[in-house]
Design a protein around this ligand. Structure first.
Ligand code: F6R
Length: 246
């Protein structure tokens, strides 16, 4: 079952989720355990990342014991490409924290053998003990990560062709829509569902329709976010606009 939590605005949602992450890191590091976080890119998690940076700077929250696995990366884009997710994560989160570089994993958009790279990514995640908490946004077509429709419940980290709507929605970041890669590497639905907790954030009326579908439709590959209904500890953090159709 998916829990929904309504917040007065995206800043207060970001504060609530950042506080959960901080509590988790503190509890686990007290007993000498790392915290394994699954992270997303896009505009939705930006206030959350700003709040985590604030907690680090102003409240001394340390990320030294944190391991991160990002959901996805554009095929063909390397770390120095300003639209790569690696670049995004460095600019908006990692460079502002004390997380060791060796603790950060993001699928490599330049991997020569994508299938092998994706299998290694799954293995690294397993070796790390699995995800303690996964942050998600949601695409207007119901994608989570870049699990475009149709994505099966048992899908794993793999190469995927991006949907036309996703390429249109993300065109703003590239200036010229012809520059958007055709493909991406993404964690699978099964990979995401194995996270012990899932916190999905959705803000603004552009997400209202898909949020209602994700919560109310019978789970199927047609709307991959519906698979989250099978997760035992998944919360949708919404502002009033995103919750409009509930
Ligand atoms: C990003 C990701 C995507 C985004 C989704 C929403 O790593 O996995 O699923 O979360 O496309 O994007 P925004 O937040 O830009 O609306």
């Amino acid at each position: 079952m998916i829990h929904t939590r309504l917040h007065s605005n995206k800043q207060s949602a970001a504060q609530a989720v950042a506080r959960e992450i901080a509590d988790l890191i503190k509890i686990r590091s007290k007993s000498g355990k790392p915290t394994v976080l699954g992270l997303a890119t896009g505009s939705t998690p930006l206030p959350l990342y700003a709040e985590l940076i604030r907690l680090h700077r102003e409240e001394g929250l340390s990320f030294r014991s944190v391991l991160t696995f990002n959901l996805d990366e554009y095929e063909g884009l390397g770390a120095d490409h300003p639209q790569s997710y690696r670049f995004f994560m460095e600019a908006n989160l990692f460079r502002h924290l004390d997380i060791p570089a060796a603790n950060i994993r993001i699928p490599d958009g330049l991997a020569k053998d994508a299938a092998r790279h994706c299998a290694d990514y799954e293995a690294a995640l397993r070796d790390a003990g699995g995800l303690d908490l996964q942050i998600l946004g949601i695409g207007r077509n119901g994608h989570i990560g870049f699990n475009e429709p149709p994505s099966a419940i048992d899908s794993r980290t793999r190469r995927i062709t991006l949907d036309a709507l996703t390429r249109r929605d993300n065109a703003v970041f590239f200036g010229d829509s012809t520059q958007i890669p055709q493909g991406a590497l993404t964690m699978g639905v099964a990979t995401i569902l194995e996270a012990r907790r899932v916190e999905l954030l959705a803000f603004g009326e552009g997400k209202a329709e898909i949020v209602a579908r994700a919560l109310n439709e019978t789970p199927s590959a047609v709307c991959p976010a519906t698979w989250l209904q099978h997760h035992p500890a998944c919360t949708f953090h919404l502002d009033a606009a995103a919750a409009r159709d509930l």
